[in-house]
Design a protein around this ligand. Structure first.
Ligand code: GLN
Length: 485
């Protein structure tokens, strides 16, 4: 097996046994990026020199006892994470030349543990989208079929794993942006509970929903990487001060005896038959493993997408007010005074979807509409949270599809934003409720595209969904399937 095909835990044992060096692993990935990325476009920036220097430093560290599971492991980050001294664009023309002045906490933690940075990954601009088509740097293509989208907004983070361009990546998930691309690209994507991982240094989209999480080849790596980035951060007041468990220790506990809920609102008539079949097969696997199933109801599911698009856009409109062409970001030339400078800079710097969301959010927050839209959405959000609280009274976790269909074609939904928004129906409620969820490979569609399975857990119930995901992975071989590039 090539070095670039392996997992964190495979590579780590070879690194520690000195069978291979981080410099060799890193070069293997850099070569792979050079040969595959022209047709995938997962990377916005490749940090080759830094990667080689990081790898050398890691090799020196590996010669001592001061190693962690991440020492010498080459990773890549969604371009929403600030990386000191490295260009950070958020896939926007607005930040085309922005060099981050400090590191996001999640990355700072990985860096201090010896991870090697290969580069920054493509995404939808400011994480707004479900297909990676809303990028100022062109769309990312799905490595399983380049005519299809990789999912979004962390499309580059998922495609890089599927194309074997990085061992692991970080994404962010505001309404599904880790889980949906993981599902569409056949990798594992974990959205932790809101507050589990610091969002400091992550460019804000919708602050009450945004969360950072790992995207990996298998569940063990997701558990390892979550352990590496989780925990309280004094620089993010929403990060919760509760101990970080050893997530890998939970994995062998298996799915036996777990009570799994099937939300009836998620198994609807419009579900793609291949997705339905993958869910049926997954349920059968879990039954064999000794889990028990019950039907549950999440009655406010139908309101989730509308609620999300009021809250997320309202928060986005205020978060994105900072890009005014004065302090940082794109600055328009030849303008007539301050107001004109701001208007021109924003008109030129933002793409169409970002502008649409700023306008929607500003409208929802405006006087006269605030109560009718924004406050009402907050109330419905509480109802959606209560649906989950109620369901978790009788079950340990929930099993659902990640998306109603496998990855659609590039261009298929760009003309109809509402269709694009509706494709997130199974992931969005999870962010509104603030709970955790994981997508694991669970099938291949009749046209050869991966299908993911979503497991949802209680707040801070990551160990439960990880152990259930791990048992499924042990019992199936979907995670070993690879895109033919
Ligand atoms: N697709 C959703 C949106 O466009 C979710 C994006 C995300 O999770 N960042 O807002």
């Amino acid at each position: 097996m090539e070095l670039y095909e392996q997992t964190i835990h495979d590579l780590q044992s070879q690194l520690q046994a000195r069978q291979v060096s981080s410099a060799e692993i890193t070069s293997s990935f850099l070569d792979r990026i050079a040969s595959t990325d022209p047709s995938i476009n997962a990377f916005i920036t490749v940090t080759k020199e830094q990667a080689l220097a990081d790898a050398q430093a890691a090799d020196q560290r590996l010669a001592t006892d001061d190693c962690t599971p991440l020492t010498g492991i080459p990773v890549a980050l969604k371009d929403i994470f600030l990386t000191e001294g490295v260009r950070t664009t958020c896939a926007s023309k607005m930040l085309d030349n922005f060099i981050a002045p400090y590191d996001a906490t999640a990355w700072a933690k990985m860096k201090s543990q010896g991870a090697v940075l290969l580069g920054k990954l493509n995404q939808d601009e400011f994480a707004m989208g479900s297909s990676c088509e809303n990028s100022a740097f062109g769309p990312t293509r799905n490595p399983w079929n380049k005519d299809h989208i990789p999912g979004g907004s962390s499309g580059g983070s998922a495609a890089a794993i599927a194309a074997q361009q990085a061992v692991a990546t970080l994404g962010t998930d505001t309404g599904g942006s880790i889980r949906q691309p993981a599902s569409h690209c056949g990798c594992v994507g974990l959205k932790p509970t809101y507050g589990r991982v610091s969002r400091y240094g992550v460019i804000a989209y919708a602050s009450s929903l945004d969360q950072v999480g790992p995207m990996t080849r298998d569940v063990t790596d997701a558990a390892l990487l979550l352990g590496a980035i989780a925990g309280h951060d004094p620089k993010d007041s929403t990060s919760v001060d509760c101990p970080v468990p050893d997530y890998t220790a939970a994995l062998p506990q298996g799915a036996k005896g777990l009570k799994i809920g099937l939300p009836k609102e998620y198994f609807i008539a419009g579900l793609d038959p291949d997705v339905q079949q993958a869910m049926d097969q997954a349920i059968a696997v879990y039954r064999k493993l000794g889990a028990e199933f019950v039907e549950v109801s999440l009655p406010h599911t139908n309101y989730a997408v509308a609620t999300y698009y009021l809250i997320a856009t309202a928060e986005a409109s205020s978060n994105l007010a900072r890009y005014e062409g004065v302090r940082f970001g794109h600055r328009a030339k030849d303008t007539a005074g301050l107001i004109d400078l701001m208007m021109q800079s924003r008109s030129e710097g933002f793409g169409a979807e970002v502008k649409r969301r700023i306008m929607l959010g500003t409208y929802a927050l405006s006087s006269g509409y605030y109560d009718a839209y924004y406050i009402k959405a907050q109330r419905v959000r509480t109802l959606i949270q209560q649906d989950f609280i109620e369901a978790f009274k009788s079950v340990d976790l929930l099993l659902t599809p990640v998306a109603p269909t496998p990855a659609f074609k590039i261009g298929e939904k760009t003309a109809d934003p509402l269709q694009m928004y509706l494709s997130d129906i199974f992931t969005i409620p999870v962010n509104l409720a603030g709970i955790c969820g994981i997508s694991v490979p669970a099938g291949i569609s009749s046209n050869g595209l991966p299908i993911g399975l979503q497991l949802l857990g209680r707040p801070f119930g990551e160990e439960t969904i990880l152990r259930a995901a791990f048992d499924f992975e042990q019992a199936t071989d979907w995670h070993t399937r690879k895109a033919a590039l």
